[in-house]
Design a protein around this ligand. Structure first.
Ligand SMILES: Nc1ncnc2c1ncn2[C@@H]1O[C@H](COP(=O)(O)OP(=O)(O)OP(=O)(O)O)[C@@H](O)[C@H]1O
Ligand SMILES: [Mg+2]
Length: 455
């Protein structure tokens, strides 16, 4: 069943129950109080006749009371205690007789209700007891036809019916629009997610409200753009990989073709085999780095931290890389606060620094300086790696941490990079709970800054 229908039905049933029960309650109360009012006024009338009769009960007074009542919609019957009628307002019928003949219990001073069943009986009735000046007792019976009450109630029923129909009509209209308005965004979102699963990421869900529905539509929108971005990234990545693989494979194929020629002398063949070997090494390296990054991406690797004395750690890194720097006549300096300790995974974090220093070395000219600074500022450890190399153009900076991204394809082809180093660095720094940023100016140099929280 559609959600709009379900919601609408629920609303309908709930409101119908509330509506019907309150209508019934109201109706009952109105009828009850109307009948009560009628009985009370009938009793009051009987009591006032009684008061008159207690002062004087001569035939002219009796007659006067009878006459008075014959002018109204109520009737009076005055009897002695033995049941003998002494005055009536008009000819009495069987139903009146039946009520008068009922045995009477003791009658309180304020009178007694004899018949209140307006539904079944022809009359509602009360009785009052009087004692005249001679000490004789009698009863003043009062009657009122139930026709009037019935009439009133049938009118009332008509009003209630009309009101109920009107309420029902407005209820249905309101529920129809309300459930439509409520479910419309849901249906749109359902369609959007269906499109998403079919691979159409161009979802547009306008956020109109800032309630739960708005939030949901916002999340779906974000999900769509994330998926779109990931798909784009995956496509780019695959394109880059196939491109990266194609170049060395072309070399390998080309040189193996040449190498197979029988006219070739041994020296040439060895030369071509060397090239083939070099290119296969390149492919091997690329696959290794890709594999490494894939592991990092899946978070299946673990960072095993131990408390490390930073200066000693940097010194060991320095020792590892300094021969390469010396060879290119680049001065490498390390400045480090002796007091600093940090929980680190030595192998993984060593990889970070080796990658960054490898870049500094690759992208700097001879006779420049590369500087490592380690400082603590406000509980954070800052590691700056500053070189005086060729720098990174402003437009490329946002992308250099992406996999297989290189500033100039030709620039690193000669130096042998794949554009994987910084992607690995970023993953590893983040796995340590840190952040890496870069500042660079073309022709002046580059600073990579790693910030780690001192735990
Ligand atoms: N210190 C730097 N100075 C100038 N350019 C840099 C520096 N570090 C990185 N880059 C630029 O950023 C790009 C991405 O660097 P990254 O380390 O990811 O790849 P790579 O060095 O080309 O290859 P790989 O590290 O996989 O061997 C590099 O191609 C280079 O153009
Ligand atoms: Mg690199």
């Amino acid at each position: 069943m559609k959600i709009s229908i379900k919601l609408g039905l629920w609303f309908f049933v709930c409101i119908l129950i509330i509506e019907t029960s309150s209508m019934m309650y109201l109706h009952r109360n109105i009828v009850h109080s109307r009948v009560h009012q009628e009985l009370e006024s009938l009793k009051a009338r009987g009591n006032s006749h009684r008061d008159v009769l207690e002062i004087s009960s001569d035939p002219s007074t009796l007659h006067h009371i009878g006459l008075m009542e014959s002018q109204t919609d109520t009737e009076v019957v005055i009897t002695k205690t033995n049941g003998e009628m002494i005055e009536t307002s008009r000819n009495i019928d069987e139903s009146i007789k039946e009520i008068i003949n009922r045995p009477l219990r003791s009658i309180p001073n304020e009178g007694l209700i004899l018949e209140s069943d307006w539904k079944k009986e022809k009359y509602i009735s009360t009785v009052s007891l009087f004692k005249d000046e001679n000490g004789n007792s009698g009863y003043v019976y009062m009657f009122k036809s139930t026709d009037q009450v019935k009439n009133f109630i049938s009118q009332l029923n008509k009003h209630f019916l009309l009101a109920s129909l009107l309420i029902l009509f407005f209820m249905i209209v309101t529920i129809f629009f309300l459930s439509k308005a409520l479910t419309k965004p849901l249906i749109k979102m359902k369609e959007a997610t269906k499109n998403l699963s079919n691979g159409d990421f161009s979802v547009s869900l306008p956020v109109k409200s800032n309630d739960e529905l708005g939030e949901l539509s916002n999340s779906i929108q974000t999900l769509a753009s994330d998926l779109k971005y990931m798909k784009q990234e995956r496509d780019d990545f695959l394109a880059s990989i196939s491109h990266e693989l194609r170049t060395p494979l072309t070399y390998i194929k080309g040189y193996s073709d040449i190498g197979r020629k029988p006219t070739l002398n041994e020296k040439e063949r060895i030369h071509y085999l060397d090239i083939i070997h070099e290119e296969s090494e390149r492919i091997n390296l690329l696959l290794q780095e890709l594999f490494e990054l894939a592991t990092l991406d899946q978070n299946t690797f673990s960072v095993v931290k131990e408390r490390v004395h930073l200066c000693s750690f940097f010194k060991s890194i320095y020792e590892k890389v300094s021969p390469a720097f010396k060879e290119k006549e680049i001065q490498l300096n390390v400045e480090c606060d002796e007091q600093l300790f940090l929980p680190l995974d030595i192998t993984r974090f060593g990889q970070v620094l080796l990658n960054l220093l490898d870049n500094a070395l690759k992208y700097s000219k001879e006779k420049t300086i590369t500087q490592i600074n380690v400082n603590k500022i406000e509980g954070n450890i800052y590691i700056d790696i500053t070189d005086q190399g060729m720098g990174i153009p402003k437009d490329d900076i946002p992308y250099i941490f992406e996999r297989l991204y290189r500033v100039e394809k030709s620039r690193s082809r000669t130096t042998g990079g794949f554009g994987m180093g910084l992607a690995i660095v970023k993953q590893l720094v983040e796995a340590h709970g840190g952040q890496i940023t870069v500042k660079s100016k073309v022709g002046e140099g580059t600073v990579f800054t790693i910030v780690l929280r001192e735990e």
